[in-house]
Design a protein around this ligand. Structure first.
Ligand code: ISL
Length: 520
């Protein structure tokens, strides 16, 4: 008999952005008590785990991805007791809880960095990456911050530069220093000992830089209007073998706690992504995030190829996963429209691999224009107007049609989706044809059918505009047909339709415009 598959293979992860879930203390910003109060929404949806974006003490230069204390809770969000209540409630509901671990950089307000910058001889100097100026007196190398501009900031007091892959308020930790490794692993243990079920690990492929910090090669494809970061190829600043060795070390620690899961945030092409699974003997993270549904154009032919190539690239000891939205990526319904967002939901929840859903996508929040005066995202503020702002995906959850959509009693920190009076959780609850009900049906089906949760994936021949595949597990066979166009497409399907993305009965021998179908 084979061992039952672990929960994180069968399960579905739901990402919560704490600032924007529910505000219970009237400051316009969500909090841990708000998450606790609304976990039943996630449980009813049918997800298995929540991943919480950072809620640690932070000056919020990058909205919590600048951590000033890895073992605490920012007062904006509550305190450790509020976290413990949230965790207990989640476990009562059968939901696992993953925290966001941010290892590449701390806040410049973290006591470690304060010490490190206090003098060249401080015991924590080497906890961060300090270098003398380059030969021309400028930065030590040509690296560019992911948020634009040089990745080095000059420190007048001690006469050296420090490295930061993101904001200057986010100095990179030096993971080549064993004391840093020990301190950060202790922080992970702090939360594992409290009962968390794993971590989503922020920019994991960034954490170690090539020895000697050589210049990155120039990207010949860069052109004006594209983000500054892409002027260079991040060959020496990311994806180092030493970082994968650290991932394996994290894995050994997590496995020591039983069935925990490590999700690595990694942006790499298939062959390089696959290396983050480690080997069967020495595994790396359980799930190196796969962002291809976010990155690829919404085109059946292209996506069909991408799905097949990714599925084939996952090593036998690994397990695939799919992400369709996040607090960093444009909203799927904004990108492809609501009708296709329903097809996208069916795709995400019928592929082979653990899906990650992003809060608000289950009600189809679409494009939100953020007026320049309300822009908050540092990425937008540093490179305005080129369409890389992340605020539109971070707007508050609209719970019902009452003032401020019952998100808060104060003005929300970001505007709501403009259609919140009709597009909110309560309104969709009452509409059986809503996106919310479609998500629930898809999640329920995935839970009921091992072919969907665990089965193998096989591409089927399909007319242009359609993605077609079969999922197989034991004797169970399910066919998925997805029409990525707004036209009717004849396709000779037989078998029994068990779910359509459209509310009315399927039409034999065809896919209707914007229709996805699951057949048994
Ligand atoms: O934002 C992006 C694409 O829209 C990415 O390039 C992003 O920088 C990358 O996803 C890394 O994101 C993570 O680390 C950042 C933080 O700002 C993001 O919110 C986080 O998800 C730095 O900690």
């Amino acid at each position: 008999m084979t061992a039952p598959s672990p929960w994180w293979q069968r399960g579905v992860i739901y990402q919560i952005y704490p600032r924007s879930f529910l505000d219970t203390d009237g400051d316009g910003i969500g909090d841990l008590a708000g998450i606790e109060a609304r976990l039943d929404h996630v449980a009813r949806l049918g997800a298995d785990a929540v991943w919480l974006s950072p809620f640690y003490p932070s000056p919020m230069a990058d909205f919590g991805y600048d951590v000033a204390d890895y073992c605490g809770v920012d007062p904006i969000f509550g305190d450790l007791a509020a976290f413990d209540r949230l965790l207990a409630r989640a476990h009562d509901l059968g939901l696992r809880v993953l925290l966001d671990f941010v290892p590449n950089h701390s806040s410049d307000r973290h006591p470690w960095f304060q010490e490190s910058r206090s003098s060249r001889t401080n015991a924590k100097r080497d906890w961060y990456i300090w270098r003398d100026p380059g030969p021309d007196g400028g930065p030590p190398n040509n690296w560019i911050s992911d948020f634009g501009g040089p990745a080095w900031t000059w420190d007048e007091a001690t006469g050296q530069y420090y490295l930061h892959a993101f904001l200057k308020e986010q100095p990179d930790l030096n993971w080549r220093n064993p004391e840093v490794v020990a301190a950060m692993m202790a922080a992970m243990r702090f939360w594992l000992d409290r009962g968390v079920d794993g971590f989503r690990i922020d920019v994991l492929w960034h954490i170690v830089k090539a020895e000697g910090l050589p210049d990155n090669p120039v990207n010949p494809d860069w052109r004006e209007g594209v983000r500054d970061r892409d002027r260079l190829i991040q060959r020496h600043s990311t994806d180092q073998p030493e970082a994968r060795a650290l991932a394996a070390q994290f894995r050994r620690m997590a496995d020591g706690y039983g069935e925990r899961v490590l999700v690595g945030e990694i942006f790499l092409p298939n062959e390089r992504l696959a290396r983050w699974y480690g080997t069967a003997e020495e595994p790396g993270v359980h799930l190196p995030f796969n962002f291809q549904l976010i990155e690829q154009p919404w085109d059946a032919h292209r996506l069909g190829d991408v799905i097949a190539a990714y599925d084939a690239s996952v090593p036998a000891h690994g397990w695939p996963n799919w992400v369709m939205g996040s607090h960093d990526a444009p909203r799927i319904a904004g990108r492809i429209g609501e009708a296709q967002a329903r097809v996208a939901a069916m795709l995400l929840l019928t592929l082979r691999g653990t899906p990650t859903l992003y809060q608000g996508d289950e009600i189809g929040i679409g494009r939100v224009e953020i007026p320049a005066t309300r822009a908050r995202d540092p990425q937008e503020l540093r490179q305005p107007g080129i369409g890389i702002g992340r605020d539109p995906s971070r707007t508050p959850m609209p719970w019902d049609g009452s003032p401020d959509a019952a998100f808060s009693t104060a003005e929300p920190w970001l505007p709501l989706n403009p259609d919140w009076r009709t597009r909110n959780v309560a309104a969709q609850e009452h509409d059986p044809g809503s996106m919310l009900h479609l998500y629930r049906k898809l999640l329920a089906l995935r839970r009921d059918r091992p072919a969907l949760a665990l089965g193998s994936w096989h591409a089927l021949e399909a007319p242009s505009g359609v993605i077609a595949y079969e999922r197989r597990h034991g004797d169970e066979r399910l066919t998925v047909l997805l029409n990525l166009t707004a036209g009717r497409i004849a396709i000779p399907w037989r078998a029994d339709p068990i779910l359509s993305t459209l509310a009315t009965d399927p039409e034999p021998g065809a896919l209707r415009p914007d229709e996805g179908l699951i057949l048994a």
